[in-house]
Design a protein around this ligand. Structure first.
Ligand SMILES: Nc1ncnc2c1ncn2[C@@H]1O[C@H](COP(=O)(O)OP(=O)(O)OP(=O)(O)O)[C@@H](O)[C@H]1O
Ligand SMILES: [Mg+2]
Length: 141
């Protein structure tokens, strides 16, 4: 495990990064995204989906916690746990089937459920950069 820092200068960089990640990601990977409101977690997830060759439109799963997309190279399970009250809700929805399954999990606001993120998960912490449109990615994988 090592930390890598990547600078996204604009939304296009985020899109390229996400597409490449989606093309290369291995079965069973959990990608834990954290970062303030509007740092681009959903934007990155959309690009990962594109890289997985998922054609369906990705919409925010805020009210259902998880949305599933099949039809790509691997299934994508898109979680947004922002509104979760307690980590117990993750057990209720049977998160283990997703986290330890064959697909790829992308979790927005993953820090809220840090205790159940697998140790071998990939972590991307997104921060606003100095310039407009700039984002700083701290990645551990
Ligand atoms: N480099 C960048 N990468 C990603 N998004 C960017 C970038 N620069 C500007 N943006 C803009 O920032 C916004 C990011 O919104 P997005 O919904 O993806 O964020 P989010 O982190 O998912 O927010 P939330 O916390 O509400 O879920 C979009 O309007 C996008 O156009
Ligand atoms: Mg979002």
């Amino acid at each position: 495990m090592k930390e890598n820092v990547f600078i996204m200068k604009n939304e296009r960089d985020t899109e390229k990064f996400g597409i490449k990640l989606g093309q290369e990601v291995k079965t069973g990977t959990v990608i834990a995204l954290s970062g303030e409101l509007g740092t681009g977690k959903t934007t990155l997830t959309k690009a990962i989906a594109k890289g997985l060759s998922i054609e369906e439109t990705i919409t925010s799963p805020t009210f259902n916690i998880v949305k599933e997309y099949d039809g790509g190279r691997l299934p994508l399970y898109h979680f947004d746990v922002y509104r979760i009250g307690d980590v117990e809700e993750m057990y209720e929805l049977g998160y283990e089937e997703y986290f330890y399954g064959e697909g790829v999990c992308v979790i927005e606001w993953a820090s809220i459920i840090e205790e159940i993120i697998p140790d071998n998960g990939m972590r991307i912490d997104i921060q606003y950069g100095r310039e407009e449109g700039e984002r700083v990615y701290k990645c551990i994988f």
